[in-house]
Design a protein around this ligand. Structure first.
Ligand code: PLP
Length: 409
């Protein structure tokens, strides 16, 4: 058998692998010389769950449906937002207990990536409009390292005139307004986090992409001024490009909605409808089985138990291989009571944050094994670290462990 890498993705025809198996033409090499990619956070592991659901959770859109720019019945005044989408977001957070949504504005976006820059722009313009003209400046944006690589990359590329990437929050020591991004659990290292700067004039954006029970115990509903979530990591539907912000302050919310209107005249209604159907399917499953808001363990495996089980098994297998090889180190995580699962569970982060014990370049070691990873410097830290996605397809994850096992201390 040989495996040939094809252009990324096409879940509908290749089991969500991003690789196509072919017995016929081996010109592109054997399984051992094709690179496997674990450098992106592409949530392919969820394909197995949704494949079994398929027709039970589909969306039909007729030619005459969703034609207007407007869907302005949403109570929060988001002119482009389907009211059922906002309702589904409130509902899933109520079911899971991972965020306060009551009395908050729900603002949908094209993935949380779009909402991240829209939130920065809204916060920075508000800060500047509150200050004297002479004090106007590019508002520093910081995040404790290791930080999600795309924050820095997006901001450096954008070169905004009202905000500016300033790197590691631990090294930030200026007076005046600033924006701190708190990613919890953190990408890449899975740690729970809080703001570190804590100075007067600071505002926090909390990126909660991974605050779902499959990745970390849910200990309390998150309650920050601005919170970002994404369907990509909640249910694995990254291709729908749906994210949402939960915003406390009316003025910030209105600025965000205005920016969404100026940049893209809102977001795609088809995506919102798909997200609504998926989120409601997950909520239905638990609301039917949770008489007191608690998870009943006997019931048929639902979405979060499936994904929790897959990630927990993968972490167990990865730790066994890493311990046997003795070359890499993995972070340790303590179990906590998950209010959703109603039991004590250890975190199972979406990424393995692997440290090469010798302190040398970890990406080089992985490249020799034909494993594509994301190197530490992209997260603002040493090259002795690499980030490996734990959300790849079974096939890619198994190949990863096989290749890693060939390493000897
Ligand atoms: C911490 C974090 N925030 C945001 C995103 C972006 O998600 P989306 O697919 O909604 O743009 C990612 C994607 O990997 C992420 O890891």
């Amino acid at each position: 058998m040989c495996i040939t890498e094809v252009k990324q993705n096409s879940n509908h025809n290749n089991n969500g692998d991003g690789v196509v198996k072919s017995n016929a033409n081996c010109n592109n090499g054997t399984v051992h010389d094709a690179f496997i990619s674990l450098d992106r956070g592409d949530p392919k592991m969820y394909y197995m769950y949704w494949k079994n659901v398929d027709d039970k959770c589909s969306v039909t859109i007729k030619a005459s449906d969703l034609m207007s720019y407007f869907a302005d019945h949403d109570e929060g005044g988001v002119f482009y937002q389907l009211p059922e989408f906002s309702k589904a977001v409130h509902r899933i957070h109520n079911v899971v207990g991972n965020a306060v949504t009551k009395g908050r504005y729900i603002i949908g976006g094209t993935g949380s990536s779009q909402l991240f820059t829209v939130t920065l722009a809204a916060l920075a313009s508000r800060i500047n409009s509150c200050n004297q003209i002479k004090n106007k400046r590019r508002i520093p944006v910081v995040c404790a390292q290791p930080y999600y690589s795309c924050y820095e990359e997006a901001l450096e590329e954008e070169k905004s005139e009202i905000y500016q990437w300033r790197g590691d929050a631990n090294k930030f020591n200026e007076e005046g307004p600033y924006i701190e991004v708190v990613t919890t659990p953190n990408n890449p290292d899975g740690r729970l986090r809080e703001a570190v700067v804590k100075k007067k004039g600071g505002v926090v954006i909390c990126d909660l992409a991974y605050y779902w029970p499959q990745y970390t115990p849910i200990t309390a509903p998150a309650d920050y001024d601005v919170m970002l979530f994404t369907l990509s990591k909640a249910t694995g539907h990254a291709g729908s490009r749906v994210g949402w912000a939960i915003v406390k302050d009316k003025e910030i919310a209105l600025r965000m909605i205005k920016l969404m209107s100026l940049v893209t005249i809102g977001t795609c209604h088809e995506g919102q409808l798909r997200a609504t159907t998926i989120l409601d399917f997950v909520s239905d499953n638990y609301e039917q089985h949770l008489p007191n808001g608690k998870l009943v363990v006997e019931h048929q495996e639902g979405f979060f138990e499936f994904s929790h089980r897959v990630l927990a098994e993968r972490w167990k297998r990865l730790r066994a291989v890493v311990n046997r090889c003795g070359i890499f180190k993995l972070p340790d995580y303590s179990p906590e009571i998950c209010t959703f699962m109603n039991k004590s569970t250890p975190p199972n982060p979406a990424y393995a944050w692997m440290e090469l014990k010798t302190g040398e370049d970890a990406e080089k070691v992985m490249n020799k094994l034909k494993i594509r990873t994301r190197a530490g410097p992209r997260f603002g830290v040493s090259s002795k670290y690499v980030r490996v996605s734990m959300m790849e397809s079974d096939e890619t994850f198994n190949q990863f462990l096989e290749r890693l096992s060939t390493l000897q201390d």
